[in-house]
Every structure is written in structure tokens, then in C-alpha cells.
Ligand binder design. Sequence first.
Ligand code: GDP
Length: 198
Amino acid sequence: LNYPTAQFLISAPTLHHCPSDSGTEVAFAGRSNAGKSSAINALTQQKALARTSRTPGRTQLINFFSVMNDDARRLVDLPGYGYAKVPEAVKIEWQQHLSEYLRARHSLRGLVLLMDVRHPLTEFDQMMLGFADEREMPVHILLTKADKLKKGPASASLQQVRSRLKEWDDLVSVQLFSALKRQGIDTLSQRLDTWLAS
Ligand code: GDP
């Protein structure tokens, strides 16, 4: 699919406000500051489709984008998670919206989970993997900011994440990614294509 055709559709504060649950969509999730906005902007070749966060954790909305002028194929930008300065009550509310969306959304075909290559598989990341596992939904992990490590340490991190997730290897795939160097965009596009076509 031609991801640069992506266009903003709607922002939803809760599952209740999401567009009609038909067609296919893929969602992007990750700790705030993991590089999610930068990855969506790199994929779509748009500077500001997903806003890179000046204040991390501010985006509490679920943002929907259509692909190829077709509302039935969507990219979904989920709220970043884990920003320290957000009050506990608000964190719990976001967590509820995230789990509700991930568990209940029929049109959701796969989850792109972003993790800083230097700090992968946090407690939150594992919780997200758990939600996906509950419904046997595939997850594609982007180890982001790969340009921050030399080649050796970057592939060591990739291997380590793969081996830690070995028992899930029929549902989980992992790649290195750098929005800055535009590394890994083709691999990501191919994975999204298989999900959005089904
Ligand atoms: P989000 O909170 O997950 O949406 O993260 P952002 O996309 O806003 O990125 C958080 C910070 O990481 C920003 O300062 C970005 O410039 C930086 N960043 C994002 N992607 C990359 C990357 O591929 N390489 C490097 N070096 N920095 C990145």
C-alpha cells in the first residue's frame, strides 16, 4: 500500500468514539518517547502527520488515519504510555482505554509495538504483548533509534529480544528501525501490507 497517502481521519478519546469497527486497521503503540510519531511520519513521508511530542505523554487520544483514500484501511496511533509526570489516576485511565481498544476492536489485524533499541521489553511492553496474546493477534516490534547504537550492539539487542520472545515466534516479529536514517521502512511496510490486506 502507498503509505504516503495517509490522511488524518479522526481522534477518539475512548473506544466508544472510534470510527465504525469494519474494514482493517493496524495500531502503533509504545512508551512515550519511544519514537512512535517519528516512525509514523517516516512511514508516511509526512513531517507532521503524527505530532512528535514536545511534551511527551500529552497525546491521550486514539488517532485514526486512512490509507489510499480508503476509510476501510486505517493506521491507528495509540496514546504513548508511561510518561512519569502524568498523575497515577490518568495513567490508569489510559491503560483502561488501551486495553479496551486492544481487546475489543474487531478490525484490528496487528499491533506495531515500538521500543527504544537501548531499553526494550519494559513492563509496559510486556503488558501490551499480553493483550495481543490474549486474542492471538500478531505483533511486529520496532526496535527504534537503531542509529543510536553501533551495528554490533544493535544486532545483539535484536537477537536478545528475539530469543526472549522465542515461545511467541509464530505471533511476534522483530526488526531494527531508525526514522532518522530511514532504516527498516520497507520491512515495516511489507508487514503492514499483509495485515491490512486481510
Ligand atoms: P513518541 O513520543 O513515541 O511519539 O516519540 P517521538 O517520535 O516524539 O520521538 C521522541 C524523541 O526521540 C524525539 O526527540 C525524536 O527526535 C527522537 N527520535 C525519534 N526517532 C528517532 C530515530 O530514529 N533516531 C534518533 N536518533 N532519534 C529519534
